[in-house]
Design a protein around this ligand. Structure first.
Ligand code: ATP
Length: 334
């Protein structure tokens, strides 16, 4: 690990995702569900800002760098933890373990910390709705891996980063690269998919808070449905041709019924999107966020205007966007 020329601050944008297709093929022996899903990143982003603090000696001396203190702060309210249960801290911790560095995660921003000890301070700017089926935590974890790999001069490379991401959660490997992917297994095995056009969506954040993904899968199990046999062929073709009407006919989400069983009122939200003109409306991933597909940007704006009074937040977004984007601050010198 060499730090000369590495930045003192790295900022990484972390895009949310939507699932255009999600079929549950059954439950695996390890308890996870076997999925076939098509995902795209959308232009609704969190941001991870990682700063390396401490005296130049603390930041650069090999002896000092056997220890790293970590802290996380954000403006996202009580639903997003700042301790070790946050996927950002988990991502940082896994990376430090791989680098053989002892770590100490502060449970609060450690502003009064000893400057002689190297310290990484991570700030999360939260815009993606929480526990909403848009992979907010997973994309934060992926962006954290990218930010810290650069900030700490680790240079793990794409394959090692991908393997590290897979340890953190099924959606994290996709979030590292973003774009459009077909994912199988638990969702962690991803293959890039050709997507020629931009699609426009109305993202509606339902009142009543988030839904826990494990709770939605439990509700899915209680529905006792046979393994889904639907295939994503129509969606893949629509992505190649860029036809939103064709895409609308292929959109599918087996978790929709489970999310509706936990939140029956979401049915009214879906209906309001359809009556406002959405080509297709469904829940995003495990919900409870609803997504409506529009024919173009103007159409999406018009739908958003019509449905906005029924939701706590409505965003107009497009897909696909690329993966996390990196900007760097001032470089270190020795
Ligand atoms: P997915 O779509 O991957 O199932 P989600 O978007 O439904 O995930 P998240 O926003 O990731 O859900 O939040 C799920 C829970 O994870 C939250 O209730 C929160 O307690 C916890 N959490 C941990 N780290 C984060 C994070 N960085 N951002 C948001 N929530 C986090």
């Amino acid at each position: 690990m060499t730090l000369e020329g590495t930045p003192l601050e790295v900022r990484v944008s972390a895009p949310a995702k939507v699932n255009l297709f999600l079929a549950v093929r059954g439950t695996r022996p390890d308890g996870y569900h076997e999925l076939t899903t098509v995902l795209q990143t959308v232009d609704l982003h969190d941001e991870i800002r990682a700063r390396l603090l401490g005296t130049p000696w603390a930041r650069q001396h090999p002896a000092a760098r056997q220890l790293m203190r970590l802290s996380l702060r954000h403006d996202a309210g009580p639903d997003v933890p700042v301790d070790r249960s946050n996927l950002i801290i988990q991502a940082a911790t896994v990376l430090l373990e791989q680098l053989g560095v002892t770590h100490d995660a502060c449970d609060e921003p450690c502003d009064d910390a000893d400057d002689r000890v190297p310290r990484t301070e991570i700030t999360l700017v939260k815009r993606i709705p929480v526990a909403a089926g848009m992979a907010g935590g997973s994309t934060d974890a992926a962006a954290t891996l990218i930010a810290l790999d650069r900030l700490w001069g680790a240079e793990l490379g794409p394959e090692a980063l991908h393997a590290t991401a897979a340890q953190l959660g099924a959606d994290v490997p996709f979030c590292l690269t973003g774009g459009t992917a077909l994912a199988t297994g638990t969702g962690a095995d991803t293959a890039r998919v050709l997507a020629r056009a931009t699609f426009h969506w109305v993202v509606c954040v339902a009142d009543g808070g988030g839904l826990s993904t494990p709770a939605v899968y439990r509700a899915y199990d209680e529905l006792d449905l046979p393994p889904s046999l639907v295939e994503p062929d129509v969606v893949l073709q629509a992505l190649r041709t860029g036809d939103p009407t064709l895409l609308a006919s292929g959109i599918h989400n087996d978790l929709e019924a489970a999310a509706l069983s936990l939140r029956p009122e979401l049915a009214d939200g879906l209906e309001s999107l359809r009556s406002a003109g959405a080509l297709r409306a469904t829940v995003s991933g495990s919900g409870p966020t609803l997504i409506g597909l529009a024919a173009d940007r103007e159409h999406a704006d018009a739908i958003a205007e019509r449905v906005s009074s029924g939701f706590s937040r409505v965003h107009v977004v497009s897909s696909p966007v690329g993966g996390p984007r990196v900007t760097e601050g001032q470089l270190q010198s020795v």
